[in-house]
Design a protein around this ligand. Structure first.
Ligand SMILES: Cc1cc2nc3c(=O)[nH]c(=O)nc-3n(C[C@H](O)[C@H](O)[C@H](O)COP(=O)(O)OP(=O)(O)OC[C@H]3O[C@@H](n4cnc5c(N)ncnc54)[C@H](O)[C@@H]3O)c2cc1C
Length: 528
């Protein structure tokens, strides 16, 4: 086979974004994907439950992609290959022990909702203050922290806040969500509306920087809604793949890379498990975890011992569980009919149950009253269910990777593994709790699929132990410390070898940020 300019290992969002940008920039790209389909954690299925129902088995919501730089740059091409986004004015809501609430993209409606909760002024002040810094906040989360642009960002922040203000902003960046919410809002419903969003960046409300993340996501959702591709994430995968192939690139599936070939300290190609070899002229990009890269693909290479040790100690976060339901009708929310039109509803007791559940699962315990993330994709994309029917995308994030016990004292942890019996018992308990809020949940359920940590890892080798974010996102493994405390961003100790993907900055999610940053760097003339 002809040599490629770049070989990309894996075909998740970051790999596809990098592949699309490089291909458009004239590079000949080869993507090697070990699974039978490209997309990684984008896994749309039309066969999981019943005919006529389309489920996102893993990731589902695209605000990070639509709000990110890759979409801005590729939008026209993606649309020409059939990608269409649907959006909503009601991106999120909550039901907790103290009531319910809905956050809208209509500023006046959200302001009125917080007013009803007694927190109108607090919300408006928070949003107003945060909006003044939003460019810096998104800049920090999107910038290549090892490039001169990061210094530019720092200088801009210093100019705006002064030296003392900059130090104070650092403290604000590190504040956990719980004390910030307690200080800012009076209603437990307001707090419960915002606090669970930290989970979607792998954090709990007591973790450092979860306050900042909660503000970022609240603002992003309030301004940008909750877009999803019509027909499912597969449409984004198809459109990105089409950009690559129409520009001369290739995506091969069933192509499990076993080794990165290195000559004179420079990555020169890859070797597959089945013996096939491919050469790369300019770069190899690995969308893998640090352990898979340094302990697997490069295991025969001489590497700095600090890098190897740092990779070995890279930690994974809590596991995810996904429950997919095909429903014969729309869900009927007991206390607040508006919730039927909301994209993502969090169901939880309140801030204390959230904190307890995160902590319990970090320590190996099944929580008593977990936070239930109830996604309703059919509120935006009617094509995902037959007329009049609907689906639910239910996510649980507060699950231990290995079970040591059950705070409710009901499920025997056995050998600690998520076997089918324990998974089903836990999923049934959660669905019973959800049934307290959705009155027709049991009667309307036509079919159900439960994916536990084992199934999730089996679908994508980067989701170690079912960790949906390919690595713990607490601050010591985030920003300049992601993927490794001692690494210089996406660079590796091997020349022409770059690491991308959720294990690297700017972390998990469908933004495609690391693929974007590395591709831009490779395409720029001054990247060395
Ligand atoms: C259950 C779940 C729900 C989520 N929901 C959302 C959501 O709604 N919105 C959102 O923004 N984010 C969500 N996320 C997070 C987001 O989906 C991921 O962070 C993101 O998709 C990861 O992309 P990636 O580029 O790191 O690659 P991945 O999607 O992790 O894909 C990596 C690919 O590389 C392949 N690969 C690995 N090693 C090799 C090898 N040696 N040879 C060949 N191929 C290899 C794998 O098979 C895989 O296909 C969710 C994640 C999960 C798991």
């Amino acid at each position: 086979m002809e040599r490629s300019d770049a070989i990309i290992i894996g075909s998740g969002i970051n790999a596809l974004v990098a592949g699309a940008l490089l291909s458009r920039g004239g590079w000949k790209v080869l993507i090697c994907e070990r699974n039978n389909l490209p997309g990684g954690a984008i896994a749309t299925s039309t066969t999981a439950t019943l005919p006529g129902f389309t489920h996102e088995l893993l990731s589902s919501w695209h605000p990070l992609f639509v709000g990110g730089p890759a979409y801005a740059e590729l939008k026209r091409d993606l649309e020409s290959h059939g990608l269409v986004y649907a959006n909503t004015t009601m991106p999120t809501g909550v039901v907790c022990s103290d009531g319910s609430a809905v956050l809208s993209t209509d500023m006046a409606a959200t302001s009125a909702e917080f007013e009803r909760l007694g927190d109108g002024q607090a919300w408006n002040e928070m949003l107003g203050e945060f909006t003044k810094k939003i460019d810096l906040a998104f800049g920090l989360l999107g910038a290549d922290l090892w490039r001169p642009n990061a210094l530019k960002l720092l200088r801009a922040a210093r100019k705006r806040f002064g030296n003392r203000g900059l130090v104070a902003t650092g403290a604000e960046l590190l504040e956990p969500a719980a004390p910030w919410l307690d200080r800012t809002f009076s209603s437990p419903v307001s707090k419960s509306l915002l606090a669970p969003w930290a989970l979607h960046n792998g954090l709990g409300p007591d973790d450092a920087s979860s306050g900042f993340i909660t503000k970022v996501i609240s603002a992003a959702v309030a301004f940008g809604g909750m877009p999803v591709p019509i027909g499912g994430g597969v449409k984004l995968v198809e459109a990105l793949s089409a950009i690559i192939t129409t520009n001369g690139g290739q995506i091969i599936t069933g192509a499990d890379v076993k080794k990165i070939n290195v000559t004179n300290g420079k990555a020169t190609g890859v070797e597959l498990v089945d013996g096939r070899k491919f050469e790369a002229k300019k770069a190899v990009l690995a969308s893998t975890t640090p352990q898979a890269l340094y302990g697997g693909l490069l295991k025969d290479q001489e590497l700095p011992s600090t890098t190897v040790k740092a990779a070995e100690s890279f930690r994974y976060g809590r596991a995810a569980i996904q429950i997919h339901l095909a429903l014969s009708e729309k869900p009927i929310w007991k206390d607040d009919a508006r919730l039927a039109d909301v994209a993502i509803v969090h169901v939880l007791d309140g801030m204390n149950s959230l904190s307890e559940s995160v902590n319990a699962s970090n320590r190996g315990y099944l929580p008593k009253r977990p936070t239930i993330v109830v996604g309703q994709p059919t509120t935006m994309d009617a094509s995902r269910a037959p007329e009049g029917q609907s689906i639910l995308w239910i996510q649980l994030q507060e699950n231990p990777r290995t079970i040591l016990g059950d705070l409710a004292g009901q499920i025997d942890p056995g050998d600690g593994s998520w076997n089918q019996e324990r998974l089903n018992a836990y999923a049934d308990r959660v669905l019973a709790q959800l049934g307290e809020q959705i009155t027709n949940l049991a009667s309307a359920t036509l079919a159900k699929v439960v994916l536990g940590p084992q199934q999730i890892e089996a679908m994508n080798i980067n989701l170690v132990g079912g960790d949906p974010y390919s690595g713990d996102c607490r601050i010591d493994q985030y920003a300049i410390w992601r993927p490794l405390s001692g690494a210089s961003g996406h660079r590796t100790p091997i020349k022409a070898l770059w690491q991308i993907g959720a294990s690297t900055h700017p972390g998990p999610g469908l933004g495609g940020g690391s693929g974007y940053l590395v591709a831009k760097r490779l395409l720029s003339k001054r990247f060395f």
